[in-house]
Design a protein around this ligand. Structure first.
Ligand SMILES: [Zn+2]
Ligand SMILES: [Zn+2]
Length: 111
């Protein structure tokens, strides 16, 4: 075995290229539009991640104290007036147990 032959070098190059291409393809999958997922037999809601962002805490994992019903516009006004949202006012989300994600309801269905 004395070094690599040209065909071996070419083989490595092709292998590296294919590896890179497959990794890139996996990343592209994350950007597939929801409308295309159905045709690809992927979950329309989560793209086969089997997880969706929690609707209650919007994926943050925590909610503001004082109930689940928030008035977005009002909060925006408060925040613009300088009333900051303190971390102490945040409590773990009870819906997702502060994970920020919930099992996908669509995937839970038998397809
Ligand atoms: Zn949550
Ligand atoms: Zn799903």
């Amino acid at each position: 075995m004395e070094g690599l032959t040209e065909s071996e070098v070419a083989g490595f190059a092709v292998g590296a290229f294919l590896l890179g291409a497959s990794i890139a393809a996996q990343r592209v999958d994350g950007f597939v539009a929801a409308s295309q997922r159905r045709s690809l037999n992927m979950c329309n809601r989560c793209g086969d991640l089997r997880m969706v962002a929690c609707s209650q805490c919007k994926g943050v994992g925590s909610v503001r104290k004082g109930g689940t019903f928030t008035f977005g516009m009002l909060e925006d006004i408060y925040e613009s007036l300088g009333a900051e949202t303190k971390a102490a006012d945040l409590v773990p989300c009870s819906k997702c147990r502060s994970k920020g994600r919930l099992p996908c309801a669509e995937c839970a269905k038998v397809r």
